[in-house]
Each structure stands twice: as C-alpha cells, then as structure tokens.
Design a protein around this ligand. Structure first.
Ligand code: ADP
Ligand code: ADP
Ligand code: ZN
Length: 214
C-alpha cells in the first residue's frame, strides 16, 4: 500500500508518517527531510537549495523528483508514505509515471485539513529530536522535563530555520498556489480522502487507519 499525506506546513504529515512507520512498518519518504540532510552534509545541491528553503519557497521540481527517483524502488514493503511530496502538478505527474514504471499502486491520498491559525501555532512551537527525528511541540507534545528523548535517549533538539512566522507566510502561499490544486487532481482520480487534522494526533491516526482499512 502506497499513500500520500497531503497538507499545508504544520498539518501533521511528519507526525502521522512516523506513527504509520511504527504501526504498519511502512517507509516514509519525506522530501523535506532529504533536502535538510543534503544541507547538513554540505552537498552542492544542499548549498543550492538552502536560501530557497529558508525563505519558504519551493525548490525546483527537477531536484525533488530526482530525490524521490533515487529512493523509490520496487520494494519499500509494505509500502511508501509520501510526506511533503508531490507539491506541484508536475511532481504529481512524475510520481504517477514512476509508480507505473515500477508496477506500484497509489492507494490513497489523505488530505489533512488544518486551518491557518492552528498551523501558525503548531509551526512556531515545533522542535525535533536531533538523533531520531521525533517531532515535538512546546504545547501539544513537549520534550520531557529531563530533556531526554523517550524515543531514543537523545538530548539534542532542533528548531528549523524556516519555522518562523515570516517564512511560514510564504510557505502557506506556496501551498495554496502550487500544492492545493493537487486536491482536485487526486479527487478526479478517485484517490482523495479528507481527514480532520485539528483533532489530537491520536484521533487523527485513528481517522487515517479508517481510510486505509476501508
Ligand atoms: P513542512 O513541514 O512545512 O510541510 P517540509 O519539511 O516538507 O515542510 O519542507 C521544507 C521545505 O523543503 C519546503 O518549504 C520547501 O522549500 C522544500 N521542499 C520539501 N519538499 C518539497 C517538494 N516536494 N517540492 C519543492 N520543495 C520542497
Ligand atoms: P508537517 O510534517 O505537516 O509539517 P508535523 O508533523 O511536523 O507537521 O507537525 C507540526 C507540529 O504540530 C509539530 O510540533 C507537532 O508536534 C504538532 N502536531 C502534529 N499533529 C498534531 C495534532 N494533531 N494536534 C496538535 N499538534 C500536532
Ligand atoms: Zn530521539
């Protein structure tokens, strides 16, 4: 089973992808994580995209399609979770072609609906564990008082350079202009299911399970 988690920045895509990795053993493919890894390791591509990412704009289709193409194989059993990809119609077409070439189905596209006000609150309170990538939130999922990640024992936590209100405005605009047309695109293909992303994260996980088991 291969699925896309579609939603604006802060909708909870990464959080739900990590839950699905635990519960179903699926493989998360996050282009955001891949791009941040490229920056940390200082590759030419990483250097090229840094300013674009910090400003909250989308990097080119060519780059992200290339990243997905590198990772996507016939395996990934029991399936892939596309998190933050595709984000443009060109990316959606490219993903369709790649899956077809590999003989893999696209089973569901889950649109996570969260209003802008909640997104701003979530993004400005977000941090992640530097070792395992577990996603935290100052309000809804605080780092334990002892400063130790319960998931891996790590003690270093990171905030993203683009998780500020200015960059978020650009990211939201990019979402509405370039990514939200994918909602109609996948609806027309009969793949779309909407989930109320404003519920607490466990309730969202249950709603996603319902879609996948339908
Ligand atoms: P968020 O958590 O806000 O949804 P991501 O971690 O998915 O963000 O992405 C962070 C940044 O990386 C984006 O603002 C964009 O600059 C770049 N990026 C990630 N995925 C894509 C993509 N599929 N197409 C273009 N740019 C992307
Ligand atoms: P995305 O990958 O879509 O950008 P994240 O999964 O990183 O979103 O979540 C953004 C922030 O909101 C994180 O701080 C996360 O802990 C928090 N969060 C995720 N899901 C929920 C939820 N259902 N309710 C409240 N906060 C949430
Ligand atoms: Zn950790």
């Amino acid at each position: 089973m291969n699925i896309i988690l579609l939603g604006p920045p802060g909708a909870g895509k990464g959080t739900q992808a990590r839950i699905l990795m635990e519960t179903r053993g699926m493989t998360q493919l996050s282009t955001g994580d891949m791009l941040r890894d490229a920056r940390t390791s200082g590759t030419e591509m990483g250097k090229k995209v840094a300013a674009v990412m910090d400003a909250g704009k989308l990097v080119t289709d060519e780059i992200v399609i290339g990243l997905i193409e590198e990772k996507l194989g016939a395996g990934g059993a029991p399936g892939y979770i596309f998190d933050g990809f595709p984000r443009t119609l060109a990316q959606a077409d490219a993903l369709g072609a790649l899956l077809e070439k590999l003989g893999l189905p696209l089973d569901a596209v889950i649109e996570m609906q969260v209003d802008d006000e909640a997104l701003i609150q979530r993004i400005t309170a977000r941090s992640t564990c530097g070792s395992c990538g577990e996603v935290y939130n100052d309000i809804t999922k605080p780092i334990p008082a002892d400063g130790i990640c319960p998931n891996c024992g790590g003690t270093e936590f990171k905030r993203r350079a683009d998780d500020n209100e200015d960059s978020l405005k650009t990211r939201l605009l990019a979402y509405y202009k370039q990514t939200s047309p994918l909602i109609g695109y996948y609806y027309a293909k009969g793949k779309l299911s909407a989930v109320d992303g404003l519920q607490d994260m466990h309730a969202v996980a249950v709603a996603i399970e319902k879609v996948l088991d339908a």
